[in-house]
Design a protein around this ligand. Structure first.
Ligand code: ADP
Ligand code: AMP
Length: 214
């Protein structure tokens, strides 16, 4: 089962992708997490990606496509995967489609988690992330047991630099210009499914399971 999560930054793609990965036993692949891990480890890729991420811009396709194709070629992806934050541009989607076509395969579902812009800034300013294990929280909706500490690994939680209000506005503009056209792209392929992302996260998941099947 090969799934793509679409939606604005902060729509809940990561939250839902983790639940899908747990239920269906496929890896959750987030290009944002891969970049953040590289930044934390001080790699050359991380340094380069950070320049764009800090401004709310997309990392260039040349860098992003390679890390994604390397990742999906790993053994744990044989049964499928759920992609979170990739593709974010039409060229990225085309490269993925071609790579899959070369092995006689295709994307099964592109799930658009629909949340209007008005809700996004509030969601993002409440998000707290663990840069160590990738867990995410929300100060109102999903608070950690102890304030500022990750339940899963005990490390410190942070407000991501790119979740600050000014950068979120840039990210939303970038989303509308470069990523939203993917909704049409996957609609034309006949694999697009939309869910209302404004409801409680468990209810969003129920809607997704009704699409993917039990
Ligand atoms: P994305 O991966 O699309 O950027 P996240 O899954 O990280 O978004 O969610 C953004 C923030 O909103 C997080 O703090 C998350 O806990 C919270 N969140 C996710 N889904 C919902 C929801 N349905 N209702 C309220 N808050 C949510
Ligand atoms: P995310 O964790 O998905 O919100 O991504 C955080 C940031 O990483 C984005 O704002 C981009 O700067 C960068 N990024 C993640 N995935 C991609 C992608 N597929 N293409 C370009 N940039 C990306």
């Amino acid at each position: 089962m090969k799934i793509i999560m679409l939606g604005a930054p902060g729509a809940g793609k990561g939250t839902q992708a983790k639940m899908i990965a747990d239920k269906y036993g496929v890896p959750h692949i987030s290009t944002g997490d891969i970049f953040r891990a590289n930044i934390k480890n001080g790699t050359e890729l991380g340094m380069e990606a950070k320049k764009y991420m800090d401004q709310g811009l997309l990392v260039p396709d040349e860098l992003t496509v390679k890390i994604l194709l390397d990742r999906v070629a790993k053994d744990d992806c044989e049964k499928g995967y759920v992609l979170d934050g990739f593709p974010r541009t039409i060229p990225q989607a085309e490269v993925l489609e071609e790579a899959l076509a070369n092995i006689g395969d295709k994307i099964d579902f592109a799930i658009d988690v629909d949340v209007p812009d008005e809700n996004i800034v509030r969601r993002m300013s409440g998000r707290r992330a663990c840069l160590s294990c990738g867990a995410t929280y929300h100060i109102e909706h999903v608070p950690p047991k102890a304030e500022g500490i990750c339940d899963r690994c005990g490390k410190e939680l942070v407000l991501r630099d790119d979740d600050k209000a000014e950068t979120v506005k840039n990210r939303l503009n970038v989303y509308h210009e470069q990523t939203q056209p993917l909704i049409d792209f996957y609609e034309k392929k006949g694999v697009l499914k939309s869910v209302d992302g404004t409801v409680d996260m468990q209810d969003v998941f129920v809607a997704i399971v009704s699409i993917l099947g039990e």
